[in-house]
Design a protein. Structure first.
Length: 414
């Protein structure tokens, strides 16, 4: 009697990486081209463009928490494939409507909002699905690869989108976004290993609100997850304080070119790529917990160089601080996400990731608004100093948590 060998986990993991890369590429191209469709094809006003940008992320705050419950009640791979299909159809409708001369700003609003809903489900499912495909013993290396993919696609995706818009127009570029999501779904369909069926208690399902509350309580009550949430929120808050006002300071007050600003951000992107790729080595040298707080303490002074940005040598000094800061944040992301996945039981992964995403996106929104207020009242450079101050102490909640003593991910569950 012949036996059939089980599918190779490494092949499935590579397919998951490919799907993540294709999805991320579609998202990067879409985020670049969608506002240009509004501006170029529809002559949209600044208010309309602002509303469009808001709708792309509104879903994370509107349905982020209940989405975690629904993901925990479903097989994650199927949710991801459905989300890819939905986004592909929504974005493919834009060039079709434009070609038929039927495109309106209202259609862009609907596409942005519904695609945002699909992205919520995809992102939460992807974070929850990775431990099943990679195995909890390979979370750090798998997250390092995903972080590297994100950085590479972010650096190249925006450039590719700009070239496509110039070559074939913004509406047609949205077709490339749809193709990215189709490819992502195709890679995920080829994964052979199947998730186990979602366990059923045999009785009525727990009410939605109670299920959401269980996920929130798990995050807030877990000493490691609580520290991770605080550190992540502080990072997002500090970064938004900086990046929202940085273009105003660089272009309007320092009278530098947009190209200089682009190179500044690109240098951070390359540094982030290196950070994601080397996170596992850093953890191997320092230990997982020490890598978080010690690295943060060491690079805190570098972040304080960013608000010193000016012309001449001060631009290079600020650039050095930005590169070091981007490296540290990228390492943090890999390690913190790995800890989150390691300490969370399978049946709570969706709710844990949804709760975290809700808190982190909320910190982004607060940081952007606060940056505008500080910039308007005290000047753009003051907003940069406020952001740098927050980023300089992100290591503190990590040091005060059990993470300080953990050398590996497995120590968190022992």
């Amino acid at each position: 009697m012949t036996t059939i060998a089980p599918p190779r986990p490494r092949r499935d993991l590579h397919l998951l990486f490919a799907g993540a890369a294709a999805s991320k590429l579609g998202m990067e191209v879409g985020s670049f081209a969608l506002p240009l469709v509004a501006v170029i094809a529809l002559d949209a006003s600044p208010g309309e463009v602002g509303l469009l940008a808001t709708l792309t992320t509104a879903a994370f705050l509107l349905i982020g928490l209940p989405a975690g419950v629904w993901v925990d009640r479903s097989r994650r791979r199927g949710v991801m494939i459905a989300a890819d299909a939905a986004r592909a159809l929504l974005y493919a409708s834009i060039p079709i409507a434009w070609w038929l001369d039927l495109l309106t700003i209202e259609q862009l609003y609907i596409a942005a909002l519904l695609a945002g809903v699909a992205t919520v489900f995809f992102d939460i499912s992807a974070l929850s699905y990775l431990p099943h495909v990679a195995g909890r013993d390979r979370l750090m290396s798998a997250n390092s690869v995903l972080g590297s993919i994100d950085s590479v696609v972010h650096i190249g995706g925006q450039s590719a989108a700009g070239f496509l818009v110039q070559l074939v127009s913004a509406p047609v570029t949205m077709a490339a976004t749809a193709v990215g999501y189709v490819l992502s779904g195709g890679f995920l369909l080829r994964i052979r290993r199947r998730e186990p069926a979602v366990a059923s208690t045999g009785g009525p399902r727990e009410p939605l609100i109670r299920s959401i509350a269980a996920g929130v309580r798990f995050v807030v009550g877990h000493p490691i997850l609580r520290a991770v949430a605080v550190a992540g929120a502080m990072t997002n808050l500090g970064m938004q304080l900086v990046v929202v006002m940085l273009p105003v300071l660089v272009i309007q007050q320092l009278d530098l070119s947009p190209g200089v600003l682009g190179l500044f951000f690109a240098a951070g992107g390359v540094s982030g790529l290196i950070g994601a790729a080397t996170a596992s080595r850093v953890v191997g040298r320092l230990g997982a917990g020490r890598a978080l707080w010690l690295l943060g303490l060491m690079v805190a002074p570098a972040g304080l160089l960013v608000p010193l940005i000016g012309t001449g040598g001060r631009l290079w000094v600020a650039g050095l601080g930005w590169v070091v800061l981007a490296y540290k944040i990228s390492v943090d992301n890999v390690v913190l996400i790995s800890f989150r996945q390691q300490v969370t039981p399978d049946h709570l992964l969706g709710r844990q990731n949804a709760t975290m995403r809700f808190l982190l996106i909320g910190a982004v929104a607060i940081g952007a608004a606060l940056s505008g207020v500080i910039g308007a009242t005290a000047g753009p450079r003051a907003a940069l100093w406020a952001g740098a101050a927050v980023l300089a102490v992100v290591w503190v909640p990590l040091y005060l948590s059990p993470l300080r003593r953990l050398r590996s991910l497995t120590d968190a569950t022992s």
